[in-house]
Ligand binder design. Structure first.
Ligand code: SAH
Ligand code: SF4
Ligand code: F3S
Length: 453
């Protein structure tokens, strides 16, 4: 009789990686690996890595250092590195880190169990990444495996799912590694997406998020046999699937935000009024050097149009501070933009050089200390805007979809508004996926508090 084999997957980075980890979990479970939460018990460990900033990449190396000790005690352990660092580093990673058995890029995840078998049988390191030229080949993303309900590890996972609609990116923002780690943009066939979501809905899924690096340009494909469908058309078709109560998408480059997409927010009832619209900088001079292909004026016009058509829409954003050449005036323009738009959430980062990114060669890098000071000032300002905006909900009644029991406080539940704001409230005999009405009693910088109506 074979011993029970266990797998452990740790995910870094974006929702796309989370989705990929889910798929790798499925691939391993098809090969009879049972997931474990305890890394020490695992026979196969997968680190699904992110390379978006230097910090993210360093985290992986520090964890691999710890795993080296584990492997010394347990030589049969198989250590795999997947994701964007794997694609970026490829063979170098295997050479530098002899404790690693498998390196596989984001487009190779379906081969994980085959690579594990080979690594075990041959006792040799395995490499599966795309050559930079092979990203050009038109490729259908294989339909995502749908989990059966008994496989679900958490109740939250069973009503809320993400669905990949496209991979890669063609935008080449000068700071960004994604076009090199995920390759050229390829859209998944419309019918596959609809089929996957229909199966999910039949299994009780109520909320889906359509995922891609730039979903607004969905539909571009080199494959002439595929039906050409735009993102707004796709949204309308997904929204019609019976059982889908909340529809979200992530993420978007503002340059591709079309009037048709804006119209969707007025016309599609189950499309959630939340738009993550990464601006990156408030200065036209910096946006140009970033190759973002929009001006602040164009950006603000789109914000205005969105708010005109959907006054309750919540806007969130991403900001990079200290991009090469960013002056005090450029930074001030970003601070001013925060006041103008009044986002209800901003992810902000210090610029860091990434391998292959064009900006590495820009010679007017901003001093580390200035970057830190700017980041701190920006985050303080945004925190107070978040608070003021969230306080505006006090006294209102919000429809909240329950995600589960609150981790911090006993007897409290956590859910989200349609606009994606977290709400904590007291209650009993509730269950994840249930929609309840909550009266908001307090707005906090990153969440709301309320009582069940
Ligand atoms: N596709 C999305 C962004 C994905 S990356 C878009 O175009 O908006 C997520 C965020 O990481 C980016 O929006 C950016 O703010 C940040 N980021 C990317 N590269 C970075 C770098 N080199 N240094 C610092 N932040 C970076
Ligand atoms: Fe990176 Fe720009 Fe593509 Fe976003 S749009 S993934 S920031 S290159
Ligand atoms: Fe990171 Fe790759 Fe996502 S670099 S943000 S895991 S696409």
């Amino acid at each position: 009789m074979n011993a029970i084999k266990k797998s452990y997957i740790e995910t870094f980075g974006c929702q796309m990686n989370e989705r990929d980890s889910e798929i790798m979990g499925q691939v391993l479970s098809n090969a009879d690996y049972i997931p474990t939460e305890d890394i020490k018990q695992a026979d196969v460990i997968v680190l699904n890595t992110c390379s978006i900033r230097d910090k993210a990449e360093q985290k992986v190396y520090s964890l691999l250092g710890t795993l080296k000790k584990l492997k010394a005690k347990k030589p049969a352990l198989i250590i795999s590195v997947a994701g964007c660092v794997a694609q970026q580093e490829g063979k170098r990673l295997l050479t530098r880190m002899p404790q690693v058995d498998i390196v596989l890029g984001p487009q190779q995840i379906y081969r994980l169990s085959e690579l594990v078998s080979k690594a075990v049988a041959m006792g040799k390191q395995q490499l599966a990444v795309n050559l930079s030229s092979s990203f050009e080949i038109p490729r259908h993303i294989p339909p995502s495996p749908v989990k059966s309900s008994e496989d679900e590890q958490t109740a939250t996972a069973s009503f809320k799912k993400v669905v990949t609609i496209m991979q890669g990116c063609n935008n080449f923002c000068t700071y960004c590694v994604v076009p090199y780690t995920r390759g050229r943009e390829t859209s998944r066939p419309h019918d596959d997406i609809i089929a996957e979501i229909t199966v999910l809905a039949n299994q009780g899924v109520k909320e889906v998020t359509l995922l891609g690096q730039n979903v607004n340009s969905y539909g571009r494909t080199n494959d002439s046999t595929l039906q050409h469908i735009t993102f707004p058309e796709l949204l309308r078709n997904v929204a019609k699937i019976k059982g889908i109560k909340r529809l979200r998408f992530s993420t978007s480059n503002p340059k591709d935000l079309s009037p048709e997409l804006i119209k969707c927010f007025a016309e599609i009832e189950n499309l959630c009024p939340h738009f993550h619209l990464p601006v990156q900088s408030g200065s036209n001079h910096i946006l140009k050097r970033m190759n973002r292909k929009y001006s602040i004026e164009e950006y603000l016009a789109k914000v205005k149009a969105l708010r005109h058509i959907r006054p309750d829409i919540v806007l969130t954003t991403d900001i990079i501070v200290g991009f090469p050449g960013e002056t005090d005036e450029d930074f001030q323009a970003t601070m001013d933009l925060l006041e103008t738009v009044r986002y209800q959430g901003a992810y902000s980062f210090k610029y860091s050089d990434r391998p292959q990114a064009k900006s590495v060669a820009f010679d007017d890098k901003v001093d580390e200390q200035i970057k830190s000071e700017r980041l701190h000032r920006l985050q303080e300002k945004q925190k107070s805007i978040n608070l003021q905006e969230n306080q505006k909900y006090e006294g209102s009644i919000q429809s909240v979809m329950i995600e589960g029991e609150s981790k911090n406080t006993d007897g409290q539940w956590k859910g989200r508004t349609m606009s994606n704001i977290i709400v904590n409230f007291d209650g009993s005999a509730l269950s994840p996926g249930q929609e309840v009405q909550v009266k908001i009693t307090e707005g906090l910088p990153h969440s709301l508090r309320g009582t069940l109506v």
